[in-house]
Design a protein around this ligand. Structure first.
Ligand SMILES: *Cc1c(COP(=O)(O)O)cnc(C)c1O
Length: 394
């Protein structure tokens, strides 16, 4: 698992809680992805890690950004990337937000409805648009379905309307669901894109790119019962390369590709230094005695995604000690703020309040989902290790 030496030594020297990101590891994962998908441009999904240094490192490595609104656009532009490398990837946007993005120089917008296309035509005239397609999301830990996307037929109507309103129909997009665990989901998604692309070709609309969205997995998660998840990354990347080749044969002209990784680039290169609040024993639900390990952070400050996964934990200084099963939970008065109570974790029996606990592969979405003071527990501060690269050319 890519828990790098710089990350581990930063964890070891931390004396208070925080999230630490390894910039070198993040940039390496970006470069690996470019090597695996020749011809694709990376647009990092800002919401997966809205940390200035992380965005600057990725921008410096040549990535652009998928931003969900003016606030994320501004943060992306602070890295110094040219605005051509930033798109407005949210299909949900107000007139004011469209106008603001246009004023900031953004000229590429996601859409999935005629109403939204009309708004873009009015407030961002002449811009390029791509239509988001709905796909099932099955096989993903977080499916992201229902709220976005149109059918292939609707996408043809939406992009045709865009053309008639003076916009440039530029692309199609999709999202297979976050932490997508199956190859089949990618194959099915390419079927949907191919159908839409064929419909567009028949209507005389030539696109310049397909945006393959996010969904590429983190490698270091455990499932809800504590077993390693092991996503089939190599098979997924092969399916994506095959799909890209297939779409190139459907399109009439040259077709570019964009990919919007979020989790895949940052999850395994971010880790949390937390501490033990207390290891206790108390009467459990069925009357038996249960041990609970309360940590200083949980769902509301760093570990939001406990609904689907467990994180790997390390207890420095207790490597060889006697271990006991305990339910792991966060510090708040919310009972959902816990690992699955049916799947206790083996923890050192000698843990004392204040002992450090490392939470690994916790770099994705942690900063975005952290609440500002739910129940009075502060968000975790964040730090980075590793050097920022110089800005690479597009
Ligand atoms: C959140 C999001 C992503 C990133 O998703 P991951 O599953 O983290 O890779 C990419 N594109 C869009 C449009 C998103 O909303």
């Amino acid at each position: 698992m890519p828990d790098s030496v710089p990350l581990r030594s930063a964890l070891a020297s931390a004396t208070s809680d925080g999230i630490i990101y390894d910039l070198t590891g993040i940039v390496q994962r970006h470069d690996d992805l470019l090597r695996e998908l020749p011809g694709a441009r990376v647009r990092f999904a800002v919401k997966a890690c809205p940390v200035d240094d992380v965005l600057s490192a990725l921008g410096g490595a040549g990535a652009g950004f998928d931003a969900a609104g003016p606030y994320e656009i501004a943060q992306a532009l602070r890295t110094g990337v040219p605005v051509e490398r930033v798109h407005y990837g949210n299909t949900v946007k107000s007139d004011r937000d469209i106008a603001e993005a246009y004023r900031m120089g953004v000229r590429l917008f996601a859409t999935d409805s005629i109403a939204d296309v009309r708004a873009i035509a009015a407030h961002a005239p002449g811009s390029r648009v791509f239509s988001r397609l709905a796909v099932s999301g099955s096989g993903a830990l977080w499916r992201l379905t229902g709220k976005f996307g149109c059918s292939p037929d609707e996408a043809v109507e939406v992009l045709d309307t865009a053309r008639s309103l003076g916009l440039v129909p530029a692309g199609l997009s999709l999202h297979v669901g976050s932490q997508q665990m199956t190859v089949a989901a990618w194959r099915n998604a390419f079927d949907v894109v191919a159908a839409a692309l064929a419909g567009l070709v028949a209507r005389g609309i030539d696109l310049d790119h397909v945006n393959l969205g996010g969904g590429l997995p983190a490698l270091g998660y455990l499932d809800r019962s504590g077993r390693p998840l092991r996503p089939p990354l190599d098979l997924i990347l092969t399916a994506i390369r095959d799909g890209m080749a297939r779409l190139r044969t459907v399109a009439r002209g040259p077709l570019g590709f964009v990919i919007e990784p979020g989790r895949h680039l940052v999850a395994d290169h971010g880790a949390i230094r937390s501490h033990v609040v207390r290891l206790t024993g108390r009467q459990g639900r069925d009357g038996r005695r249960e041990r609970w390990l309360y940590l200083s952070c949980g769902r509301f400050n760093g570990l939001y995604e406990l609904d689907q996964i467990q994180y790997r934990l390390e207890f420095p200084g207790h490597a060889d000690g006697h271990r006991v099963p305990a339910v792991v939970a966060g510090p708040t008065c919310d009972s959902d703020d816990a690992f699955d109570p049916g799947s206790p974790v083996l923890v050192p029996s000698g843990l004392r309040s204040g002992d450090p606990v490392w939470i690994l592969s916790a770099g994705a979405y942690a900063v975005s989902y952290t609440t500002v003071g739910f129940n009075g527990f502060a968000p975790l501060p964040y730090h980075t290790v590793g050097a920022l690269p110089r800005m690479a050319p597009c």
